[in-house]
Design a binder for this molecule. Structure first.
Ligand code: BDR
Ligand code: CA
Length: 378
């Protein structure tokens, strides 16, 4: 489904510096890439504090599971949400932005600023996932128009301001296409060293879900994903390898419905509607808890186990754009050179360096033991 061809001023104006045919590689090259090993030294400069809540920005495309992620974060004292920055993805920004406003309103947390982000990917047409998330992004469940408004700053502006004024303090939790985050890194290349961590839902070492190669968030904006994965910021990748093992069932929905609070009630309605949509398909991953699992990894990292990988994002493949290619060890080889490149051409190799902690193991039942009480508590 191709939608919303409108150019988002804050995204494309900043990203495209020449014609529509700009080489994305030029843009990617404009982002300073840290040398191998520098991520660890950057983290050492900003040691995490065990006592204070972790300060996060949630970049998101609500989205059924995004809604669950936002609810979980809003009801978890271990996290302090500094801003929510919607982006186009599961549905266009024209829906993800009001949906985010609705969610903070339902949760009684209109103190959290919501700032609109990119309406289209960096250089591609928008592809949405309404077949999973319903026409309105919330499984088709209608909630009242939000009364709260987005803040005047754009997503890029608020992320830059919060990170710059709190160096080393703000973790980015990205659970949609990475357009907003890439735009931040493109517009303020020095900012990467001030971001202690990006925890993202995206990719999969073993497989994709939109194509056999690519997971949705990376499929929608592979060029943005490449900017983010190459920026040298410590990354945690919570991908399909684990998220597809965390599936909602009818008992979970019953438990949510039984609690009278508005968050639990809204979550039950959204998940029931998505469950019903999914019943027309034999694909149980329609109700996989991709995004809340990503948030949960910050609350209780022992829910997941991780393996260090060097992950690169495919941007040029005819059938594989958005694929997260993971190397466990060197050499990190590129494709065979084209004969036209001349007889002296050799196989391209990127210096091997781990750039992501990739989630490779998960305890699904322990996730629900955390998630359900957080939403149902009074
Ligand atoms: C991811 O894509 C979206 O549909 C979900 O919200 C999640 O972020 C899963 O591939
Ligand atoms: Ca999402």
């Amino acid at each position: 489904m191709i939608e919303d061809k409108k150019i988002a001023p804050q995204t494309r104006r900043e990203f495209l510096t020449t014609s529509a045919g700009i080489a994305v590689a030029t843009t990617v090259a404009a982002i300073p890439v840290r040398a191998a090993g520098s991520a660890a030294s950057s983290l050492a400069a900003f040691p995490p504090s065990a006592s204070k809540p972790r300060r996060i920005i949630i970049d998101t495309d609500p989205g059924v599971d995004d809604a669950m992620a936002i609810f979980l974060a809003l009801r978890s004292p271990e996290l302090k949400i500094e801003a929510i920055t919607p982006v186009s993805g599961n549905v266009p920004l024209a829906l993800t932005l009001p949906n985010a406003l609705r969610l903070v309103e339902i949760a009684g947390r209109t103190d959290v600023p919501v700032a609109g982000g990119a309406s289209v990917p960096l250089v591609r047409d928008l592809v949405t996932a309404k077949y999973v998330h319903g026409e309105n992004g919330l499984g088709g469940v209608e909630f009242p128009e939000p009364t709260v408004k987005p803040v005047a700053e754009t997503a890029t502006e608020i992320i830059c301001r919060l990170v710059r004024s709190n160096p080393g303090e703000i973790t980015i939790v990205a659970v949609g296409p990475l357009t907003n985050i890439a735009t931040v890194l493109r517009s303020d290349p020095e900012i990467a060293r001030l971001i202690p961590a990006i925890v993202l839902m995206g990719g999969g070492i073993s497989h994709g879900n939109v194509t056999p190669a690519a997971e949705f968030n990376l499929y929608v904006d592979p060029e943005a994903a490449r900017v983010v994965f190459d920026a040298g910021i410590p990354l945690t990748m919570v991908g399909l390898d684990v998220t597809e093992k965390v599936i909602v069932n009818e008992s979970h929905i019953r438990q949510l419905r039984a609690a009278p609070n508005p968050v639990s009630q809204a979550a039950a309605k959204i998940l029931q509607a998505t469950f019903d949509l999914a019943s027309h398909s034999d694909d149980v991953t329609y109700v996989a808890m991709h995004d809340p699992l990503t948030v949960a990894s910050l609350i209780d990292p022992s829910l997941l186990s991780f393996t260090d990988y060097y992950v690169e994002i495919e941007t040029e493949g005819e059938f594989t754009a958005g694929m997260s290619v993971g190397w466990l060890r060197p050499p990190a080889r590129g494709s065979a050179p084209m004969a036209l490149a001349g007889p002296a051409a050799s196989v391209p190799e990127t210096p091997f360096h781990t750039n992501a902690k990739v989630a490779t193991g998960v305890h699904p039942e322990r996730f629900f033991d955390l998630f359900i009480p957080r939403l149902t508590q009074a």
